[in-house]
Write a protein that binds this ligand. Structure first.
Ligand code: NAP
Length: 318
């Protein structure tokens, strides 16, 4: 690595990629350490939490809090200490040069350290009709699209926390919500299961997968397959909500950082990646917990470590 080029234009102490709980908490810590801290929000402001209807397991909010409201609180707290939030997205990063280079749609920055908190994106079913009807009956976000399904019949695919949480949310609008799960046991936590089973608008189809989404101009039905009997069945519905897990947003870092076999960035307990000065926090580095509180905790740790890294660098250079 070459020396820091202090004359590089647009050089920041820390560039944080992503504006979810991990990124905004990291920025809070680095900004409070008087480091110039730039957050590039990415496409989804406040990350997945920002499009969650209500968050009931983030401590400090005994009655729960809206995801977008919590995101705004995280952001204003970081901004209060000088963090700069820019609505832009990194399109390339060069971690071989130092300072690191981050290119966005509108600018090029140099960064003395980087905190990656790019999170994860919903997985797709990859069945016929899914792409055709995305945004026109197929959705990956109940909070965003639920309103369009007032008095309609919808199916929800998946058996995890997201499927149940979003399915319960959708009952505010939909006439019926049928959860299609590929096994006969849910992966979701006990609390959400209890709520879903008690909801009169929710029913379940077990041991089944969606093999096709059908319609001409508008979505009309889904083809289901029973994975035990192989029987196929067409159900008439108006909407398909898909919650079958997430994939880490790691494309910018492939070939530059060590990833695990599922594509998550490998970090140690100091949130350090395989490149010195580059840290990762939140779901991009966490295939296991994926909670707002754990992401915020990882963000705090990454912010503290980035600060120590820059202090060490400065004292080595002096
Ligand atoms: P998840 O826990 O990975 O669950 C995905 C679900 O989709 C599983 O039930 C899985 O079935 C099913 N599935 C996967 N691929 C499929 C396919 N190709 N076809 C049909 N079904 C498929 O994902 P998630 O529910 O999005 O949750 C992600 C993380 O966020 C978890 O750690 C979760 O605890 C957390 N989360 C927490 C909350 C909360 O605490 N309130 C809310 C939302 C999410 P199998 O069960 O058979 O594998």
């Amino acid at each position: 690595m070459s020396e820091i080029n202090e004359n590089a234009t647009n050089t920041k102490d820390v560039i944080i990629l992503g504006s979810g709980p991990a990124g905004l908490t990291a920025a809070l810590y680095t900004a409070r350490a008087f480091l110039s801290s730039l957050i590039l929000t990415g496409m989804s402001l406040h990350g997945q939490a920002g499009s969650t209807d209500i968050i009931e397991n983030y401590p400090g909010f005994p009655n729960g809090i809206g995801g977008s409201e919590l995101g705004l609180l995280f952001q204003s707290q970081a901004e209060r200490f000088g963090a700069e939030v820019v609505m832009d997205q990194a399109i390339s990063v060069d971690l071989q040069k130092y300072p690191f280079i981050v290119k966005t749609y509108s600018s090029t920055y140099a960064a003395k350290s980087i905190i990656i908190s790019t999170g994860a994106t919903h997985k797709k079913l990859n069945v016929p009709g899914e792409k055709k009807f995305t945004g026109r009956g197929v959705s990956y976000c109940g909070t965003c699209d639920g309103w369009f399904f007032k008095d309609k019949d919808v199916i929800v695919v998946g058996g995890g926390d997201s499927a149940l949480e979003e399915g319960i949310f959708l009952t505010r609008f939909a006439k019926s919500v049928t959860i299609i799960h590929r096994r006969d046991k849910l992966r979701a936590g006990a609390f959400l299961q209890k709520r879903a089973f008690a909801n009169p608008k929710i029913s379940f189809i077990w041991n089944s997968v969606v093999t096709e989404i059908i319609g001409d101009d508008s979505l009309q039905a889904a083809k289901l397959k029973d994975v035990i009997t192989n029987e196929e069945n067409i159900v008439s519905i108006d909407g398909v909500f898909i919650f079958i897990g997430n994939e880490p947003n790691r494309q910018l870092f492939e070939g530059q950082l060590e990833l695990d076999e599922e594509g998550y960035i490998k970090v140690n307990r100091f949130m350090e990646t395989s490149v010195s000065g580059v840290f990762a926090a939140g779901e991009i580095a966490d295939p296991h917990f994926r909670q707002v509180i754990t992401s915020a905790g990882m963000g705090a740790a990454a912010g503290i470590q980035a600060t120590r890294y820059l202090e060490d660098l400065e004292s080595d250079g002096s």
